[in-house]
Design a protein around this ligand. Structure first.
Ligand SMILES: [Zn+2]
Length: 109
């Protein structure tokens, strides 16, 4: 399975497309497809059919998935968009794990 550099809850900046430069929170990640959904970004119109009598059908806007390569994580420590480095470290129980590090300031993301 491909691991993405972004995680649910990260704040990211969009690097290309109509929403370039916009920031938002990651709502969903799909490592299988290499895609992410960012709050309020890449809005696509969806047609909704009325389900009940008297209900209006219509068009709603919802976030469409973006390729994860089009977004960059904003580091919560230095507030800058950054590439992500990985570091192996041990947790409290001495178990090895991998953490994400900001390439700009070195803080754990
Ligand atoms: Zn940083």
């Amino acid at each position: 399975m491909n691991k993405l550099h972004v995680k649910k809850g990260d704040t990211v900046i969009i690097l290309s497309g109509d929403d370039r430069g916009n920031k938002g929170k990651v709502l969903e990640v799909s490592p299988k497809e290499g895609k992410v959904i960012v709050e309020g970004q890449n809005l696509v119109k969806k047609h909704v059919k009325p389900r009940k009598a008297g209900e209006n059908g219509g068009i709603v806007e919802a976030e469409g998935a973006l390729y994860a390569t089009k977004v960059q994580v904003i580091c919560p420590s230095c507030k800058k968009p950054t590439r992500v480095a990985h570091k192996r470290t041990a947790d409290d129980n001495g178990k090895e794990r991998s953490v994400r590090i900001c390439k700009k300031c070195g803080e754990v993301l």
